[in-house]
Design a protein around this ligand. Sequence first.
Ligand code: BJ8
Length: 424
Amino acid sequence: MADYRKMWEELGMDLETHDQLCEVLPQAFGDVYLSQENRPESMDYYNMVVADIHGIRPAELIEHQKEGGKVFGTFCVYVPDEIVFAADAIATGLCGGSQFWVPGGEKVLPTNTCPLIKASVGARLDRTCPFFRIADIYVGETTCDGKKKAWEILGEDVPVYVMNLPQMKRAKDVQAWAEEIADFKDKVEEVTGNKVTAEKLAESIRLINGKRKALERLYETRKNEKLPISGRDALLISQIAFYDDPGRFTQMTNKLCDELEQRVKDGVSVFEEGTKRIMLTGTPLAIPNWKLHNIVETSGGAVVCEEMCTGTRYFEHQVDESGKTLDEQIQALAKRYMNINCACFTPNNDRIDDILRLAKEYKVDGIIDVNLKFCNLYDTEGYFVERAMKEEGIPVLGIETDYTDSDAQQLRTRVSAFIEMLNN
Ligand code: BJ8
């Protein structure tokens, strides 16, 4: 591994505390990932990305900044990356998925805030993540209450621009989102000093659509009876999609898909025949949150799909590429992004329809509805999710968890009992 200490130092990071994180991550990755048998060879790329997670990509982003480029940090799948890339800037996901950062967030946030928010704030304020140091500006959104207040706190330390996401999906809301995207374009132009032209935007729409298509192709392979890839590996790829270079990510993911499709033809499976197929729905699993996938797949189940923002909500639906003017393209972006079904919308019946559709497409035996502790939105919506699944006769297990390992044993017992029940 290259030595990135100088780079981290120049970023003003707390090196001593960061060292502790660098010590635990390889162990966790080894336990969850490298212990798997018969992994696709093309996973080597993603292994490499994680092994140098605070090195390779941060160094690329800094290089980009040295050439005068800007980096935008984002926290939600509603923020259109296309606009950022069209201005020759880079968008990178910043959501924190490790307990390591949570205490830092708790210094300024109520304890009963969801761990994703606490970890994200902690990673910035404790200066222990290079991505949070590098971003020139953070882009927040008005999704949940915890995030809305977190932007104000983060705004005291780093420039934050907040997009006002409507919470209903009437025609006037889609129009309001289009206007918000147009304002975001103006902001991006102001920060970068570059113009977003229709030509540039068409190019970045194709770029991000390409990434979505590659992920769609990956997920398609998971619909097969014989699973060519584990849920853990698929999750890792979804997580890396948020911050890797989009062009390279698409290329590497398509290469992996070639291998997976060959595996499907050859009848190769990474699970034993009859392994129960589980779909996870709910709150996102930001990197390096691999806890639940690991528990399911070491308790006799296989995760075949994630109806999550680190999953289908990230890549389903393409942006219409036929728009010729900026106005048409922004309308197309607004339409595509408003097709995402997050629990911050009311009503959000389309999400229930999505879950039912995905359950059929991926031939799932059971669903685990996952809620990050203190996320009221998904917790409350769980009522409708679980009721709809019961009505359809799909076994469902509701779980609430955080980033700690303190409930791992208890979760394992519950998940094992659920899979056992599916087996009978
Ligand atoms: S589109 S799920 S990425 S808001 S931070 S809502 S877990 S209390 S992350 Fe999200 Fe966008 Fe929706 Fe997806 Fe709950 Fe936590 Fe809020 Fe969260």
